[in-house]
Write a protein that binds this ligand. Structure first.
Ligand code: AMP
Ligand code: ZN
Length: 113
């Protein structure tokens, strides 16, 4: 774990989070500052800085499939939801541990800001 990585600390249960689902390789927990009625993050348990550096295709596939499964459990699958992966500076990434946002429970707009 890189020193001080917030999301690695959540994986290690060193700081609290509202965990909604877990697999062998991924964790889903509620975003602390939700941008929609349902807003959770899906992260790999292993540290990867960003999508730009993630080369484990099996893991990336698992994160997407896991996000869809948890979205279904959260009751937003039928109406739909948005998945977002902010990457590096121009993508608006603020936590340097790869994560997928899953947002639902309201109608999204496009284009994003
Ligand atoms: P990003 O801007 O794409 O890097 O997203 C980082 C997200 O992590 C933001 O939506 C934050 O609200 C969220 N976040 C930051 N700290 C925590 C935390 N301790 N628990 C849950 N979510 C967090
Ligand atoms: Zn990390």
């Amino acid at each position: 774990m890189p020193d001080g990585c917030l999301f690695c600390k959540i994986v290690a249960r060193e700081i609290p989070a509202t965990i909604v689902a877990e697999s062998d390789d991924a964790l889903a927990f509620r975003d602390i500052n939700p941008a929609a009625p349902v807003h959770f993050l899906v992260i790999p348990k292993a540290h990867h800085d960003s999508l730009a550096l993630a080369d484990d295709e099996a893991l990336l596939g698992h994160l997407m499939a896991f996000a869809a499964k948890v979205a279904s459990q959260e009751g937003i699958s039928e109406n739909g939801y948005r998945t977002v992966v902010n990457t590096r500076r121009d993508g608006g990434q603020t936590v340097d541990h790869l994560h997928l946002h899953v947002l639902g429970g309201r109608r999204m707009t496009w284009p994003p800001g």
